[in-house]
Ligand binder design. Structure first.
Ligand code: NAP
Length: 510
């Protein structure tokens, strides 16, 4: 549990001997809490600005929402689930899995819901962080786990007139289930990972569906499958089978990884060929196929996985609009060719504000330096987890830890392990703080950025890239490579400060 101070009264209450704050109750935060509990460390509090756990899987409830990574791989290895209903689970099933973990590990009472953290600052003398909530309450924590996620806040496009639209506006990441799309004329802006799921899901319901495409994307077959009851029983009875299935899916994605992340035209051509064969099998009209055919290199933007997206354009009520959007008007979308596409609703499948690139709220570390100052030239962290000058602060899903080819949870688990080892050392040895050495962080990031020129991502524009074209989002390599390097905490890479007896007492009692 975290020590609490009322900012208004200045009173303090001690709720644990080594308070740990976990910010975010999504996959990362919940996974961290489980591993802490397993290690016998109970002194943590989870904060979430929403009223429920789940993060991405709580927020993304649009029709068709699912994970495009197979569930046997996209789940926590230390919480195997033999009950997934199909190869690629729908969002609500993933959310139920997270809810199940919260119940199993009795975490609900440890979560402060509807609590927005708006600032954090580190006290050098006590080795404690003070984190402040939107209500002005302060909490002291010896360690902070920042598990706030990278793709959280919906991004709306910068299209003139967007506010003037008189119909319904819905972002995929904040779906309004009270709005009935049946029989409506609907426009979808965007053709990314969210769009390929929502388009086929709503197409049968709506009267007309116009998909506004700026850049066609590479789509590969999903080959989704329902898992029979017999298979689920077998997986439950023989957990080794589930582990084999997970390993198979994981190593297949690693094997295919270079085709997706390397700037190797011959490898990219294999993926492009596979995708074009898929396009040919799904769309009969050559002119439509031409419009849907991407021109950028395979893997440069996220490779999309769907058996139904391209096939949706074969439906009589679905059309593809490739003219650039000029503006949004009260009655619809106006394209550059002068046409007004009259609509009842616009679905924005336009992605997220990139949360990875900046501090989630003002974070002030040693010597009064802010995280935003440290990240002025792009978000950098040692192995995406620790930032020099911000001791005892561990980021899950931080800079350069996103994968384009496999499950992000593989990376998250390595980060959880690293943080847990650091917490044990801090707690068991009565240390004040561990702070990644600047030179270690710099060397690591030089290597990471040096590798980027061999990756495919600089070759097109995508959310992976910052405005200056640098990539602070994705990990340039195999997941296994990251896991081997990040899984263990190496004390020699960190500056370690002892807790002086008086200051320690102060920190723990505060
Ligand atoms: P996204 O990949 O950022 O796609 C946004 C789409 O909106 C793009 O097609 C973009 O076109 C288009 N767009 C943006 N501004 C526009 C404008 N002004 N005019 C016209 N079009 C515009 O967003 P997303 O599909 O939500 O996916 C974001 C990320 O979330 C994914 O890469 C993935 O990491 C994650 N995700 C994962 C899953 C999963 O199953 N695991 C599912 C959904 C999302 P351009 O391409 O031309 O920029």
């Amino acid at each position: 549990m975290t020590s609490k101070t009322s900012a208004a009264s200045g009173k303090t209450t001690a709720e644990g001997d080594f308070p740990i704050a976990i910010i975010g109750a999504g996959f990362g935060g919940i996974g961290m809490a489980i591993q802490l509990k397993k290690a016998g460390i109970e002194s943590f509090t989870i904060f979430d600005r929403a009223g429920e756990v789940g993060g991405t899987w709580r927020d993304n409830t649009y029709p068709g929402a699912a994970c495009d990574v197979p569930s046997h791989a996209y789940s926590l290895s230390f919480e195997p689930n033999p009950k997934w209903s199909r190869k690629y689970s729908p969002a609500d099933e993933i959310q139920n899995y997270i809810l199940g973990l919260v119940d199993k590990w009795k975490l609900r009472g440890r979560i402060r819901f509807n609590t927005d953290i708006v600032g954090a600052s580190f006290d050098d003398t006590t080795g404690a962080w003070t984190i402040r909530t939107g209500d002005g309450e302060d909490f002291k924590a010896r360690v902070v786990i920042s598990a706030v996620g990278g793709l959280v806040d919906p991004a709306y496009p910068d299209i003139p007139g967007i506010e003037s639209f008189e119909g319904k506006k819905i972002h995929t990441a904040r779906w309004d289930h009270d709005y009935d799309l049946r029989g409506k004329r609907v426009g979808v802006i965007g053709t990314g990972a969210s769009a390929v799921q929502v388009v086929p899901a709503i197409a049968p319901e709506v009267a007309e569906l116009e998909v506004f495409q700026r850049t066609p994307a590479w789509v590969v077959p999903k080959r989704d499958a329902v898992y029979s009851d017999r298979l689920k029983k077998l997986l439950a009875r023989f957990p080794v089978l589930l582990r084999i299935s997970r390993a198979f899916k994981y190593w297949t994605s690693e094997l295919l990884g270079p085709m997706i992340f390397l700037d190797a035209p011959r490898l990219s051509a294999v993926g492009e060929k596979l995708s074009l064969a898929h396009l040919e099998s799904q769309v009969k009209d050559p002119e439509l196929r031409r419009k849907l055919r991407p021109e950028f290199q395979f893997g440069c933007k996220r490779v999309l996985v769907s058996d139904e997206y391209w096939a949706s354009f074969e439906r009589g009520n679905v059309s593809l609009e490739c003219e650039a959007i000029d503006e949004i008007r009260p009655r619809g979308i106006h394209t550059r060719d002068g046409a007004l596409h009259e609509l009842d609703a616009i679905v924005f499948a336009t992605g997220f504000e990139l949360g990875l690139a900046r501090a989630p709220f003002p974070v002030v570390g040693r010597d009064g330096r802010s995280l935003d100052e440290s990240w002025a030239e792009g978000a950098v962290a040692y192995k995406g987890m620790t930032v020099s000058g911000f001791p005892n602060w561990f980021i899950l899903m931080g800079p350069n830890t996103g994968p384009g080819h496999t499950s992000v949870l593989v990376y998250t688990e390595a980060q959880i392990s690293h943080a847990l080892q650091a917490i044990r050392k801090l707690r068991d040895e009565g240390l004040k703080f561990v702070d990644i050495r600047q030179e270690v962080q710099d060397r690591y990031n030089e290597r990471i950025q040096g590798r980027m020129k061999y990756m495919v991502w600089p070759n097109c524009s995508s959310w992976y890239l910052s405005k200056d074209g640098s990539n602070h989002s994705l990990y340039p390599g195999f997941a296994s490579e990251y896991v081997v390097s990040a899984h263990n905490f190496h004390p020699e890479e960190y500056q370690i400060a002892e807790l002086d007896a008086d200051a320690g007492h102060e920190a723990d009692a505060a």
